[in-house]
Design a protein around this ligand. Structure first.
Ligand code: FAD
Length: 466
């Protein structure tokens, strides 16, 4: 059977970029088609943000119960059961996926399940289970996302090598694992698996883990990782992976010209992500790519073809879900002729390590490079009463402020609730608030958020609790 459809907007990829664009455009009155080759919700919902955070809940609960005695609670034997945790995670994922599917239906988005191909600047084709479909569209949004990157090192294809996709469906956890790449995905998974008892060795090429973060923040995370029994080796490159005689794998590394060997039952590859451009056929369709191989866009998210936009992981950047969704808003606004463009300084980053880290706005270096004279103010979490009740006192709030105007340019939060607390600073940065605005806000007591208040008071030397 052959079908032909004509729409205002056709979107390739149903992740947090694509499906958000579809709903937003449909709500604005456009006739929308969405082509997804796999499961609705993309990497984020099925293999990324949501499943990892569901497993993190299990891991954190396990670790909390193990510490119950500290809080005056008697517990007998406590044991993690990873395959049950995976089932719990699958339940969360399918509830959310059903939610997204019904939202798309409710907004009359025409969904096609099949691999989409960009044929020309106005045509996408796909083959669903029962039809060959051709969709003509005035506008197109490419939102095809990314997949795990595999380096060309010897042994990369051995059975012991797995990716974040595989971790999320493992029936039995290995006793030990080498994690190649100490970035956000590698560290988040390391903390989760460590709590389930896996012996973890992280190897990282740069000189610190989480190299994209504020140095002070990554030092706090490193210290905590080591305290929890995660081994970290930095400044090393994996040279080769060889299967070990009795199962497992040995990873050979070089550090300061010295050869090291690290053993793990499994090897998790988490060195970054690769852009999904297969369905786009950039050469034929004259879609320009960046040097890294991402789809190149301008600040309005237009590709080199005027009516084709691209959003989310496939255009590179921080490669975060909320970034993809915000880009969806910006691209749809531009399609609707409501001028909008991206300001990447306003995208917060959230790392769900233990402790959590979140950042927004300019870093000290970026602020200085832009010519600001900056003053930072830091409040240590250990001095906050609510934090103390959690027994997890590592962390801090740091504000980066323009000394001339007192305007808040950025900030970092490390510790309990950091990925929630950061939004207070995100609002301040977005709305160009002054430190004075935070000082004149009344914060409820006792709350972790009071640390933001104290950091603001501290800017004027008026902090109370240190
Ligand atoms: P994707 O979510 O990758 O979706 C793209 C979709 O396009 C996929 O469903 C794919 O099947 C489909 N597709 C590709 N090609 C075609 C084609 N030719 N035809 C039809 N369909 C196609 N980000 C956060 O912000 N917070 C987190 O906590 C977080 N945790 C993560 C944890 C892990 C383990 C991983 C791997 C990622 C995590 N991320 C997180 C990143 C986040 O998942 C991505 O940034 C986000 O999913 C990008 O959204 P997207 O819509 O651009 O692409």
């Amino acid at each position: 059977r052959e079908e032909k459809h004509k729409v205002d907007l056709c979107i390739l990829g149903g992740g947090p970029g694509g499906y958000v664009a579809a709903i937003k455009a449909a709500k604005s009155g456009l006739k929308v088609a969405l082509v997804e080759k796999d499961k609705m919700g993309g990497t984020c919902l099925n293999r990324g943000c949501i499943p990892t955070k569901a497993l993190l809940q299990s891991a954190n609960l396990l670790s909390q119960i193990q510490k119950a005695q500290k809080f005056g609670i008697q517990v007998n034997e406590v044991k993690g059961n990873y395959s049950e945790a995976i089932k719990y995670k699958d339940g969360v994922v399918s509830t959310l996926r059903n939610g997204v599917e019904s939202l798309l239906k409710r907004h009359n988005v025409k969904v096609f399940v099949g691999e989409g191909k960009l044929i020309s600047d106005r045509v996408i084709t796909t083959e669903t289970s029962d039809a060959k479909v051709e969709i003509s569209a005035e506008h197109i949004i490419l939102a095809t996302g990314s997949k795990p990157k595999m380096p060309a090192i010897q042994g990369i294809n051995s059975r012991e090598v797995i990716t974040s996709d595989d971790i999320l469906s493992l029936e039995n956890l290995p006793k030990s694992m080498v994690v190649i790449g100490g970035g956000v995905i590698g560290m988040e998974l390391s903390f989760i698996l460590r709590k389930f008892g896996v012996e973890i060795t992280v190897i990282e090429a740069m000189d610190s883990i989480l190299p994209s973060l504020n140095k002070k923040a990554s030092e706090v995370v490193l210290k905590s990782a080591e305290k929890q029994g995660i081994k970290v080796i930095t400044g090393v490159l994996a040279q080769e992976i060889a299967s070990a005689a009795n199962g497992g794998a040995v990873v050979s590394l070089t550090k300061d010209k010295e050869e090291l060997k690290v053993y793990g039952e499994k090897v998790l590859m988490s060195i970054g992500r690769e852009f999904n451009i297969q369905g786009i056929d950039p050469d034929k369709n004259k879609i320009e790519l960046t040097e890294q191989g991402a789809v190149k866009v301008d600040e309005k998210l237009r590709t080199s073809v005027t009516n084709i936009y691209a959003i989310g992981d496939v255009i590179g950047g921080y490669m975060l879900a909320h970034e993809a969704s915000h880009e969806a808003f910006v691209a749809v606004d531009n399609i609707l002729n409501k001028e909008n463009s991206m300001n990447y300084n306003l995208i917060p980053s959230a790392v769900f390590s233990d402790p959590e880290v979140a950042q927004v706005g300019l870093t000290e270096k970026q602020a200085e490079d832009k010519g600001y004279t900056i003053k930072t103010s830091n409040f240590p979490y250990g001095a906050n009463g609510k934090v103390l009740t959690t027994q997890k006192t590592e962390g801090f709030v740091e504000l980066i402020v323009d000394k001339d105007s007192n305007r808040i340019l950025g900030g970092t939060v490390v510790g309990v609730g950091a990925t929630e607390i950061i939004h207070q600073i995100a609002i301040a940065v977005t709305k160009e608030l002054l430190v004075d605005d935070i000082c004149s806000t009344v914060f409820a007591h006792p709350t972790v958020s009071e640390s933001v208040f104290e950091a603001a008071l501290g800017y004027f030397g008026e902090e109370i609790h240190i």
